[in-house]
Write a protein of this length. Structure first.
Length: 253
């Protein structure tokens, strides 16, 4: 049966991570042709593209440093040349640099903003002219509930994610008349393999996290992918400039 995204082409950044790969699989299952952008994980990107094509979809993988303007331009041109105009941008790539505030140098600060905010600007700025010409587009940025909640040792990351929500609202205003919507999906505590490398005791952290939430389980990548998938469809065409928290009710205000 036709999917809701048949005929659409999506560029998904950070596509080899826990969230990005779930989003890519979901959009492909819904009928979108997908370009999988990653930084340096060629093997994982190739495996994901193969999984999607073996499941009946269409996918390519492309590597790029999204902090670099020319690299972003090349990425977008390569995706467009291979698949056609990009209708959907899922701007997911980012990094989670933990550093105590007294140790946060200007270089650390600038790197956090380049990775978690400026890269999103570069992608949107490169792709929206074609969306404007087509009169249709979807921009989904992936933020974080920490932009609201705050947390120790993440000043650069949290500031960038708060800025990303502002950028998304600005894009909604700028691009709405052209038929383009822009929304931010802000995950809460989502269980992904990378968690094991940044948390000393994942099991204890899980107990603490569930106690903060209304829904008494950990979030899953597919929870985020479902929210992104909805916002890319025509059914969400009257929703723009919003931040949708996928957090099990952690942040209610």
């Amino acid at each position: 049966m036709p999917g809701p995204l048949n005929g659409r082409t999506a560029l998904i950044t950070g596509a080899t991570g826990g969230l990005g790969s779930a989003i890519a699989r979901r959009l492909a299952a819904d009928g979108a042709t997908v370009a999988l952008a990653h930084f340096s994980d060629d093997q994982a990107a190739t495996q994901l593209a193969t999984h999607i094509t073996d499941s009946g979809g269409t996918a390519i993988s492309l590597a790029a440093d999204l902090r670099d303007t020319e690299a972003v331009q090349t990425l977008c041109h390569q995706a467009g040349d291979a698949l056609g105009p990009i209708d959907i941008l899922v701007s997911n790539a980012g990094a989670y640099p933990r550093r105590p505030w007294p140790e946060t140098t200007p270089a650390h600060w600038n790197e956090a903003l380049a990775t978690n905010l400026t890269s999103h600007y570069l992608l949107a700025h490169e792709l929206t002219p074609a969306m404007t010409a087509a009169g249709w587009g979807r921009i989904i940025t992936i933020g974080s509930v920490l932009a609201t909640a705050g947390r120790h040792d993440l000043s650069g990351y949290i500031s960038a994610k708060a800025g990303l929500e502002g950028l998304t609202r600005a894009l909604a205003r700028e691009l709405g008349p052209a038929g383009i919507t822009a929304n931010c999906v802000a995950p809460g505590s989502i269980r992904v393999p990378a968690e094991d490398t940044v948390v000393d005791d994942p099991e204890a952290m899980t107990v603490r996290q569930i106690a903060r939430q209304c829904v008494q389980r950990r979030g899953r990548p597919n929870d985020v992918a479902a929210a992104v998938a909805f916002l890319t469809t025509d059914d969400a065409g009257f929703i723009t400039g919003q931040t949708l928290r996928v957090d099990g009710g952690w942040i209610l205000a």
